[in-house]
Design a binder for this molecule. Structure first.
Ligand code: PGA
Length: 254
């Protein structure tokens, strides 16, 4: 098994360009002691801060991602950002289908699939988010929901392209709530996700990085990432300060 820990910060709608410059300078300093051999680390600022983050993090171990991508190459899509625009900036990853996009902006499995195809076309690595709501978990629908999200997201995606995919399992009820899935609960769900992926892509599923997301912090990152099927994290709140993001990563890699 050759999966490397991958931890990405999802800054959501936080940090102006000036605030981004300050945070990136602090991150660059702090992360000098994190060997890139042990973990891949990325930050995903808002679109308006991406160029600043890329400039500030040059020469560091930290990569930069975006939080969304439109599926069209260009055209009349007011407010949207294309793959070519992101690629030209030097973006490496793109978060797709975050639950907040699904909940507030009408994102569906179909649009997630189209955005994944666009990211792959522009050689950006998709971080594809899936996860169940509290109601779905309590109604014993978690596995059915995840299976549907996975099959919808990867419909028509070839095995070769699937190699570039990272998955973030984020139980919606754990995002920004301080409620983390217990390591056992998260592990069981990650193992299920890997089983569904194996049904679609065979042995490749063993290579797929599956991040956990939802109130991961320095205090629980070690125990979560120690689980056999949890390969890192997608971090919201704890990624907004250099100290907590650094400590979370350090603890996760031991
Ligand atoms: P959180 O957010 O770490 O603040 O719970 C995670 C996410 O939404 O990606």
């Amino acid at each position: 098994m050759s999966r490397k820990v991958f931890i990405a910060g999802n800054w959501k709608m936080n940090k102006t360009a000036a605030e981004t410059a300050a945070l990136c300078q602090a991150l660059k300093e702090k992360f000098a002691d994190v060997c890139p051999c042990k973990a891949d680390v990325a930050v995903c600022p808002p679109f308006t801060s991406i160029a600043t983050a890329i400039a500030e993090l040059k020469g560091s171990n930290i990569k930069v991602g975006a939080q969304n991508i439109h599926w069209a190459d260009n055209g009349a899509f007011t407010g949207e950002i294309s793959g070519a625009m992101l690629k030209e900036l030097g973006v490496e990853y793109v978060i797709i289908g975050h639950s907040e996009r699904r909940q507030y902006f009408g994102e569906t499995d179909e649009t997630v699939n189209k955005r994944i195809q666009a990211a792959l076309k522009y050689d950006l690595k998709p971080i594809v988010c899936i996860g169940e709501t509290l109601e779905e978990r309590e109604g014993d629908k978690t596995e059915a929901v995840l299976e549907k999200q996975i099959k919808g997201a990867f419909s028509g995606i070839s095995a070769d392209d699937f190699k570039k995919i990272v998955i973030a399992y984020e139980p919606v009820w754990a995002i920004g709530t301080g409620k983390t899935a217990t390591p056992d609960m998260a592990e069981a769900t990650h193992a299920f996700i890997r089983k569904v992926l194996a049904g679609l892509y065979g042995a490749l599923a063993e290579e797929t990085v599956i991040q956990y997301g939802g109130s991961m912090k320095p205090e629980n990152s070690r125990e979560l990432v120690a689980q056999p099927d949890i390969d890192g994290g997608l971090i919201g709140g704890a990624a907004l300060k250099a100290d907590s993001f650094h400590d979370l990563v350090k603890n996760a890699i031991g």
